[in-house]
Design a binder for this molecule. Structure first.
Ligand code: NAP
Length: 486
């Protein structure tokens, strides 16, 4: 298969920090077909060689295992090209078409790594230039809209040019190996399915914590906030992977149909439940890992009276027979104590403990960041007995650790690498369908509406902590505690 991958926004932060390193790894792993070309597109005036030279030191900033040697980079760089285009100018697309025609690739993937306000224009112009035949796919980065109406409008334009099968909405959390393994654990094994329900599971907790602040993206973040940036997409996608029913097959629409059912089963918010079940916070100055950091209102490009939330904790339920009554607790935030993303499935306590000591319930921890893996926490006897005839000692907590790096030591594929390969191959399982995305917006919208009217400010929390105390109180109502408190 020959391919052309066009990276709109080829000089942007996302391109050099995530996409190009992923493409380099795919090249190094031998996963990119020979002869496939990668075209960076932006308004800079760069030759192919200047683009290659610009990218090289950026890839060499990677950690040592991923850093290209000079020879490795030269080999990869043969694929790289650059085209100067102003994406708002229709005539630029004729030059893109001419460039693509010079290659006659079987597959053309247009990755839209630009500001989303350009997406409708880019799609329309690709269509007008005839670049929407069945060889072409578009990959759309988040955020896709800022509410249901704007997401629908983007989808309307995209659908007027491309079929649903050609439009790939990316959520890189779905490309993470541990999320793949959650699917494998649930649907490739019989062990968990009988337990994967309200009778055995007491609660589900999802934490997506960042230790960084808003950095140089204060203006973007201030328009967005944590609910739109992390909950509407990543956190809800994780909820669907946990709560979905077994799909009838591994094809994209069977999986996405089941995910959509979960989104439709989420307990809708009312004015009262937003005020009761959603906590919003904003960081103040503090210290992260011993380094003093400013508060959100002191960050560059953030207005000093901003009401944007940098933290959200919420409680929801999936209202169906499998999950009724099981709390799903979600929290996400910036400038938290650690960069750590994980899902914890808390199983119910023993019905009748017979061993000495506190009876800890089992839990399954799905680690997403910074490392990925699965841990099954259990209790075990150490096997030591006293000669004096006393009882075997109390059980000790142990965990079965499925460390993927040990089990599969070669060729671990990162999230963006996996998703880029899927986009080139036309595998849609891990991309979000428009109806899923719109349903997720429908669910978060009442929260945005209530916050707009609510005179209360986001609750302050000190940078380097786990958010405002109200977040702990929220889960305590269900008899739960966040991992660092339990
Ligand atoms: P960025 O650093 O501002 O890069 C934007 C890119 O688009 C640049 O290459 C820019 O180049 C190009 N561009 C802008 N206007 C253009 C125009 N009219 N014609 C041609 N090229 C144009 O933004 P980013 O951080 O990479 O983010 C890109 C998208 O990905 C955004 O939607 C963002 O929300 C999303 N995203 C980013 C990240 C991340 O980690 N950065 C993560 C997830 C999602 P010129 O200005 O030189 O033309």
């Amino acid at each position: 298969m020959s391919f052309d991958l066009v990276l709109f926004g080829g000089t942007g932060d996302l391109a050099w920090r995530k996409l190009m390193p992923a493409l380099f790894q795919a090249h190094r792993h031998g996963n990119l077909p020979e002869g496939g070309r990668i075209l960076g597109v932006a308004r800079d005036d760069l030759s192919d060689d200047a683009y290659r030279a610009w990218l090289k030191p950026k890839l060499q900033e990677a950690d040592s295992a991923k850093r290209p040697s000079d020879a490795d980079y030269e080999d990869f760089a043969r694929r790289l090209h650059f085209l100067r285009m102003d994406l708002s100018q229709p005539e630029a697309y004729g030059r893109l078409r001419a460039w693509l025609e010079s290659g006659r690739a079987d597959t053309i993937v247009c990755y839209l790594a630009t500001s989303p306000h350009l997406f409708p224009q880019i799609c329309e112009q690709l269509g007008a230039a005839g670049l929407n035949d069945k060889r072409v796919r578009v990959v759309l980065e988040k955020p896709l809209g800022h509410d249901l109406a704007s997401a629908r409008e983007i989808n309307r334009v995209v659908r007027s040019v491309f079929t649903e099968q050609q439009a790939l909405r990316i959520d890189h959390y779905l490309g993470k190996p541990s999320v793949q393994n959650l699917m494998a654990l649930r649907f490739g094994n019989v062990l968990f399915e009988p337990l994967w329900r309200r009778e055995s599971i007491a609660s589900v907790q999802i934490t997506l914590a960042e230790s960084l602040g808003v950095g140089t993206r204060g203006d973007f973040y201030n328009r967005t906030g944590a609910l739109r940036d992390m909950v509407q997409n990543h956190a809800l996608q994780l909820v669907t992977m946990i709560a979905m029913e077994p799909p009838s097959s591994n094809d994209a629409d069977s999986i996405r149909d089941e995910k959509l059912k979960v989104l439709r089963s989420l307990k809708p918010f009312t004015e009262d439940s937003v005020l009761r079940d959603v906590v919003r916070g904003q960081y103040r100055a503090g210290a992260v890992a011993g380094v003093a950091v400013p508060g959100y209102l002191e960050e560059a490009k953030v207005p000093s009276d901003s009401r944007t939330e940098t933290f959200v904790a919420l409680r929801t339920e999936v209202q169906n027979w499998r999950w009724a009554g099981v709390p799903f607790h979600i929290r996400t935030g910036k400038r938290l104590a650690q960069r750590e993303s994980e899902i914890v499935i808390h199983f119910r306590p023993l019905p009748h403990p017979i061993f000495a000591g506190p009876a800890q319930a089992n839990k399954l921890v799905i680690k997403l960041q910074p490392e990925d893996g699965l841990e099954l926490h259990m209790l075990a006897a150490r096997g030591s007995a006293s000669a004096l005839g006393q009882q075997v000692e109390a059980l000790s907590p142990v965990f079965l650790d499925l460390d993927f790096d040990k089990v599969f030591p070669t060729q671990r594929v990162g999230a963006y690498e996996r998703l880029l390969m899927d986009a080139l191959a036309g595998r849609l399982n891990l991309f979000v369908r428009s109806d899923e995305q719109e349903q997720a917006w429908r669910w978060v919208e009442p929260v945005l509406e209530v916050w707009k009217r609510d005179p209360a400010l986001p609750k302050p929390y000190q940078a380097g902590t786990w958010g405002p105390p109200a977040s702990s109180a929220l889960v305590a109502r269900d008899g739960c505690a966040w991992p660092e408190e339990s």
